[in-house]
Design a protein. Structure first.
Length: 151
């Protein structure tokens, strides 16, 4: 769980937000994360083309960072992990993936001085899982946006 990496004070508002998101999603017929779509729409003032474009940039970066997180830790290339987490943080912030941004920021911080003093495999595993979940969320959002463009 994220508890290992974030203080309870930082986590409490996030848990409430995720609970609201979960309750909101349970009320939806579609499997698309409507909270995410609403946030994306606000950030890009409803411009669907830009929403899709930025979402695709995120997907490209996610596909790029996943193998780096897997391989660089094993190879001891800690600077690569720090640098990629730093770059990724900007993209996920732009499209509003707050949990993923928190993981990217924490990963960047942990690897800032090179080899971490703590075991970072649990953090990396959770970061990777969050990326995979958010990739699915964004892929579904893009499909929904494309359907909306056609209709």
């Amino acid at each position: 769980t994220m508890t290992n990496f974030f203080t309870k004070q930082q986590q409490r508002p996030k848990i409430m937000e995720e609970k609201k998101e979960h309750e909101h999603l349970q009320n939806q017929d579609a499997s698309v994360d409507t909270i995410f779509l609403e946030k994306l729409s606000k950030r890009f003032k409803g411009r669907k083309g830009l929403m899709v474009e930025m979402s695709k940039i995120f997907l490209d970066q996610a596909k790029y960072i996943l193998p780096i997180l897997h391989e660089s830790h094993q190879n001891g290339d800690y600077e690569a992990i720090r640098f990629e987490a730093h770059k990724f943080k900007s993209t996920v912030n732009i499209i509003g993936l707050d949990s993923l941004r928190a993981f990217a920021a924490k990963t960047e911080e942990v690897y800032y001085e090179g080899k971490p003093k703590m075991d970072t495999q649990p953090l990396l595993n959770e970061f990777i899982q969050q990326i995979k979940m958010d990739v699915q969320k964004v892929e579904m959002a893009i499909q929904q946006l494309m359907v909306a463009e056609v209709n």
